[in-house]
Design a protein around this ligand. Structure first.
Ligand code: NAD
Length: 507
């Protein structure tokens, strides 16, 4: 991170002094700088002359005394409080009294570092994201001791470097990691409990929630040891058991399986890629779609695209391969499904689509529970189908449902019949956490959205997501998750319920 940050500063036209512990580490740092800027030249993003100028602005040294003239020092030593405190004590001794000292810590308390220095008013956090030259977000952290001028100077500097500063208080995980790691840990818990497989959870979050990568791919990229450290730090502050690192994550770290950097973590990165078998050529199924709302329309549109014949209740359901209850209303849906169960031939699969009504309840009410599965589309654009069997579902029925959904052109994942299936069960608690942050006045909507888009590469921020997906839907799914798990943090936060009651969007 140190080399990346030095590169960002030098690219911004600033003179930089880079300090390392010893000559070997210094040469490694020089290598990072040369390689990264060399890559930029190769890609045509930097001229050879500009590269020379950038490298010329960075003086490398192992002598802390060389920092004597600096206006700002950014510390990026390993994430250990005692080491950071030691480094700051040295900086206190060599730096000018008016110099601002910043830490790039991801998870330690900036205040814990500040209180042991002789200049707590001049200590800030500047949290760059990896890789620093690429990622646009920098979280600027003020403690209760930091003077406003120090924060303003650092935020202005970050803007001058072409990055977006988000200024916030000193809470574990700041904005981005606090929101991200609750979700990552929940995904690990889902895998551990057998709710769904690693691949299905990763596929669900990319195909169904539009994320650039799934949670297990991302954790392997970040490094599982870092994930564990960040979660421990967040949990130490929140005492929220959702932040207690998943035992599976800890076990992988203990075993030295740290993700990409060691070749194996949740994935074995050395294993040859297994190509998914091409789907067998089969005729499009005949599908019954029950209901008249937006969800029913979405299903009918999916069937049309796949060339499947669509029947509704009035057109007769006898020859349907799949009958989808998509009324969007629990009571009406139950009646429609019971009627369809009488009309359908043996062998037809009956599917209920609600992410909030327990699938087993709807299945029992149908009178043909062995033929019923949950089939949820987390996004009505219709790329992903989540299929869930209940304990009453007959053998092979979920396989048949998956095969039929595949013939409709949907990407299919499987999970247990639990509220929210995979995508909604993972994304709405994350959105609830973002709303909690907003409700607590920790960060404004723009900062929260910038943290996730610019810091984590999410296509949209959580506050925008809440308005896009619907806060009424968020509240309904959270209530279902809370009813099922009784997990206090899954109850919708007051800000959300208030907005639903008032009928106004969050922004
Ligand atoms: N890696 C990330 O994705 C990432 C992202 C944001 C923030 N951070 C934070 O940045 C900091 C550094 O992380 P990293 O991943 O670059 O770690 P790293 O272990 O890759 O690099 C740390 C560097 O600090 C040097 N160092 C150790 N003791 C030193 C000392 N006393 N004086 C000067 N240099 C010393 C080491 O030689 C090493 O080159 C941590 O606080 C981490 O939480 C990391």
């Amino acid at each position: 991170m140190g080399a990346g940050i030095a590169e960002v500063l030098a690219r911004g036209g600033l003179a930089v002094v880079g300090i390392e512990v010893n000559q070997d580490a210094l040469e490694r740092g020089r290598g990072h700088l040369e390689k990264s800027t060399g890559r930029a030249v190769k890609r045509g993003r930097l001229t050879e002359d500009a590269r020379r100028e950038i490298l010329g602005r960075v003086a490398l040294s192992t002598d802390f005394a060389d920092l004597g003239d600096c206006d700002l020092v950014i510390e990026a030593v390993p994430e250990r409080l005692e080491l950071k405190r030691k480094v700051f004590a040295t900086l206190d001794g060599v730096c000018r009294a008016d110099a601002v000292l910043a830490t790039n810590t991801s998870s330690l308390s900036v205040t814990d570092i500040a209180v042991t220095t002789k200049r707590p008013t001049k200590i800030v956090g500047v949290h760059f994201f990896n890789p620093a030259p690429v990622m646009k977000l920098v979280e600027v952290i003020r403690t209760v001791l930091t003077e406003p001028e120090a924060v303003d100077r650092v935020a202005a500097l970050v803007t001058g470097l072409g990055k977006t500063p988000v200024t916030i208080g000193d809470r574990a995980g700041f904005v981005a990691n606090r929101l991200l790691f609750g979700y990552l840990n929940q995904a690990a818990g889902m895998l551990e409990s057998g709710h769904a497989t690693r691949d299905d959870i990763d596929t669900a979050m990319t195909a169904g929630a539009g994320l650039p990568m799934g949670p297990f791919t991302l954790m392997d990229l970040i490094g599982l040891d870092t994930c564990l450290e960040v979660l421990e730090a967040i949990h130490a502050e929140t005492r929220d058991r959702r932040h207690a690192p998943s035992p599976l994550l800890r076990e992988l770290v203990t075993a030295g399986l740290l993700g990409r950097k060691t070749g194996r973590g949740f994935y074995d990165h050395g294993a040859p890629k297994v190509e998914a078998p091409a789907p067998a050529d089969a005729p499009a199924p005949v599908v019954g779609v029950l209901g008249t709302g937006a969800l029913a329309d979405a299903f009918a549109a999916i069937c049309d695209r796949a060339g499947a014949q669509v029947r509704d209740a009035t057109a007769g359901l006898a020859d349907c391969d799949l009958i989808v209850e998509a009324s969007g209303d629990a009571d009406a849906g139950r009646e429609l499904l019971a009627a369809a169960a009488q009309a359908a031939e043996p062998g037809a699969v009956l599917a209920v689509t609600s992410a909030t009504v327990p699938v087993a309840e709807a299945a029992m009410a149908s009178g043909r529970p062995a033929d019923v599965v949950g089939l949820h589309l987390p996004d009505t654009e219709g790329a992903l189908a989540e299929i869930a069997a209940t304990v009453a579902t007959g053998p092979g029925v979920a396989d048949r449902a998956a095969e039929l959904a595949g013939r409709l052109g949907l990407t299919v994942v499987r999970c247990r019949a639990r509220a929210g299936f995979i995508v909604d069960a993972l994304r709405f608690p994350y959105l609830n956490d973002a709303a909690a942050m907003l409700g607590a006045g920790y960060a404004d909507p723009d900062s929260i959205d910038a943290a996730m888009t610019l810091g984590c590469g999410y296509p949209t921020g959580p506050i925008a997501d809440l308005d896009r997906l619907g806060i009424d839907r968020a509240v309904a799914v959270l209530r279902a998750l809370h009813a099922e798990t009784r997990e206090p943090a899954l109850a919708p936060v007051p800000l959300l319920t208030e907005h639903v009651t008032a009928g106004v969007p969050i922004r």
